[in-house]
Ligand binder design. Structure first.
Ligand code: GLU
Length: 407
């Protein structure tokens, strides 16, 4: 199976056929500026020493400091982090924030660590990398399996090592440690603003039947936001199981069930099915909010949604994109749909640098204006180029990066 970075480069090649970019730019943007691998030693609770592998890929900083989350996952590696860093560069350009693209990670299953081990690992990541990050250099944030608490440990470690206690080195911190109002729900909220702006244009009804793959930060908040806006969540999944109820899941009760048991599976208010089957439940809107490579050439034909809105990074492969486009299924691409997270991260960075604290209402008003404006621009560009939304988003982002790279 192609790696996420191969997919990313395939997406790049497909989009750049549509508009003219310089050969020099195309060569440059296919290579990260820097890829860093570090060893992070952690004293485990049983007294033994374990060394974890950590990464930071700094892809492109033509538009501003590198920006992007840190992923803790047993399957992550530098190839995956490289693809995610590339997508971050495009994502920041899509929403017009003054940031470049980077991403970090550690190969670890954090669920197997105690809280003390997790803190030691997180502080260790920062100790190994503090010289290459910084408020004007590279600003990390949460991603899969990393939390506000982890960001606070890292910010604190950075402060101890450099004396810079502004917190602007990392975003997604808890409110009491310099975080921004609205950051916790920003990815889902931004996705909702995009959905609202495009709903009618994409032929969706006023009240949609929604399926959500993944019940982490993005999926969990999406379920809540779409429900409160009058839509029905008919299926949801996590890595262990999926649950379906055609009449709509009671999301508040489902949260409690997941908290108590560790999975959505076995929820009394629904039928439990295999986790992977969630993608094939007929619906108006399918929201992948888990990992890459979920919708591929071998399963795209089974999708029965009218629109796919990608809250995950890289859930759909280029081959699947073609099949979906032919079937008239619109895909609202990750670099637009999930850009609310990094947008509010950038608001957090700005607040830290200026010593300000904005209200949630202010944050969401600014976020909405950006998401609606850029969703509209991408929709119009896709029409003008007679192409899909992903290629249009790529073209817009690449034009912005190319013009920032020109002397
Ligand atoms: N990890 C998130 C993403 O993939 C957020 C990155 C950030 O806030 O810098 O967009």
């Amino acid at each position: 199976m192609p790696t996420p970075f191969e997919h990313a480069m395939n997406q790049l090649a497909r989009a750049t056929k549509l508009c003219s970019f310089t050969a020099d730019f195309l060569e440059r943007i296919a290579h990260p500026n820097r890829q860093i691998r570090v060893s992070i030693p952690v004293k485990m609770d049983n007294g033994s020493l374990r060394v974890f592998e950590g990464y930071r890929v700094q892809f492109n900083n033509a538009r501003g400091p590198y920006k992007g989350g840190i992923r803790y996952h047993q399957d992550t590696d530098i190839e995956e982090v490289k693809a995610l860093a590339f997508w971050m560069a495009l994502k920041c350009a899509v929403v017009g924030i003054p940031m470049g693209g980077g991403k970090g990670g550690v190969t670890v299953n954090p669920k197997e660590l105690s809280k003390r081990e997790l803190e030691a690992l997180s502080r260790g990541w920062m100790r190994a990398l503090y010289e290459v990050v910084g408020p004007q250099k590279d600003v990390p944030a949460p991603d899969v399996n990393t939390t506000p608490e982890i960001m606070a440990w890292m910010a604190n470690e950075y402060g101890k090592l450099t004396g810079d206690m502004s917190g602007a080195v990392i975003t997604g911190k808890p409110l009491e440690s310099g975080g921004s109002a609205g950051r916790g729900t920003a990815t889902a909220q931004g996705g909702y603003y995009v959905f609202e702006a495009l709903r009618e244009k994409l032929g969706l009804p006023e009240s949609c039947r929604v399926v959500i793959q993944g019940f982490g930060n993005a999926g969990e908040h999406a379920a809540d936001i779409w429900t409160k806006a009058g839509h029905k969540i008919i299926a949801a999944s996590d890595s262990k199981a999926a649950v379906v109820n055609e009449d709509g899941l009671d999301i508040a009760v489902l949260y409690e069930h997941k908290k108590a048991t560790g999975s959505v599976g076995g929820f009394a208010g629904a039928q439990t099915i295999e986790s992977s089957e969630v993608l094939y439940v007929p619906c108006d809107l399918l929201v992948p909010a888990a990992l890459e490579n979920q919708i591929r050439a071998d399963n795209a034909s089974r999708i029965q949604a009218k629109v796919i809105l990608e809250l995950a990074n890289g859930p759909t492969t280029p081959e699947a994109d073609d099949q979906l486009f032919e079937k008239g299924i619109h895909v609202v691409p990750d670099i637009l749909a999930n850009a609310g997270g990094v947008t509010v991260s950038t608001f957090e960075w700005e607040q830290n640098l200026k010593g300000e604290s904005w209200s949630e209402a202010d944050v969401f008003e600014k976020l909405k204006a950006i998401m609606v404006r850029e969703a509209q621009a991408i929709f119009d560009r896709a029409k003008a180029l007679n192409t899909d939304l992903r290629r249009a988003a790529f073209v817009i982002a690449l034009e912005r990066i190319q013009s920032a790279m020109q002397p």
